[in-house]
Design a protein around this ligand. Structure first.
Ligand code: AMP
Ligand code: ZN
Length: 137
């Protein structure tokens, strides 16, 4: 399914041009226009899935294979010192485009990408309670 109002549907399906670095039947990978660092790319399925919750299982497993392929390429040709692979779901998590995408962000010593969070604290009781409710088969 495509969403006629969704910019990533249009880009992924070639209706809007993009700096594409990979394409197959199911995915397009293109360079982010607001890069956190040089080479920042987005893996985007051609079908519309708003977020991880909706993403079809086969595509979900393929996304990380693709991420590895591109990460190896980035390391080889950009000589980046590291790579962040991240994916935002929901506005509170920083999602601004509501079509699933995986960020590949090459990192360089001293860059200004600033991808960090503030470590918090957790008690043994809280850990136990979380294990109780989060554990899946
Ligand atoms: P997120 O905040 O996780 O939803 O990420 C959305 C990303 O899409 C941001 O990094 C934007 O810079 C990027 N972006 C938005 N519009 C475009 C576009 N037309 N072409 C390329 N990247 C885009
Ligand atoms: Zn879409």
């Amino acid at each position: 399914m495509k969403d006629s109002t969704c910019i990533f549907c249009k880009i992924a399906n070639g209706e809007i041009p993009s700096s594409t670095i990979y394409e197959d039947e199911d995915f397009r990978v293109f360079l982010d226009l607001g890069p956190a660092a040089k080479g920042h790319a987005l893996i985007v399925p051609k079908e519309h899935y708003a977020s991880i919750y909706e993403l079809e299982d086969t595509l979900c497993s393929r996304v990380f294979l693709l991420a590895k392929k591109l990460a190896l390429r980035m390391r080889e040709v950009l000589h980046c010192d590291g790579i962040n692979i991240m994916q935002n779901n929901g506005p509170v998590a920083g999602q601004t485009v509501f079509h699933f995408h995986l960020h590949l962000i090459p990192r360089y010593e001293g860059d200004s990408a600033g991808i960090r969070w503030n470590p918090g604290n957790v008690t043994p009781e809280e850990l136990a309670e979380l294990v109780e409710i989060l554990r899946v088969e």
